[in-house]
Design a protein around this ligand. Structure first.
Ligand code: SF4
Length: 107
């Protein structure tokens, strides 16, 4: 490998590494994702609410289960955060105390 391509390779590696760490930083700030709005068409289609206690349990598929985003298998992010990413709403965060009709029990 000649000197110039090797130097170029090192520069590109540094740029790639910087991009990786910048991406990791964005993931670490998941709570800063915009909150999904209850009147968002997707949220309405999923009957999403910020407050699971406002949902009539009888209207749910499994009324007996205690259902909030916090105990849903699709919730992501960090335990303890009030707003966290959800696989159903990419690029947005949902309330840990929220709920939607896609709720799934943790395996
Ligand atoms: Fe909450 Fe689960 Fe619905 Fe996401 S899929 S909004 S975590 S209940």
């Amino acid at each position: 490998m000649s000197t110039i391509p090797r130097r170029k390779f090192i520069q590109l590696s540094a740029v790639a590494a910087a991009g990786y760490f910048a991406q990791s930083g964005r993931e670490a700030r998941a709570e800063e994702l915009p909150h999904v709005a209850e009147d968002d068409p997707m949220a309405q289609a999923m009957k999403y609410t910020h407050d699971a206690s406002t949902v009539d349990a009888a209207s749910r598929t499994n009324p007996a289960a205690d259902q909030t985003c916090l105990n849903c298998a699709l919730l992501q992010g960090t335990d303890g955060d009030a707003w966290r990413p959800c696989q159903i709403f990419p690029g947005k965060s949902v309330a840990a105390a929220g709920w939607c009709s896609v709720w799934a029990p943790k395996g």
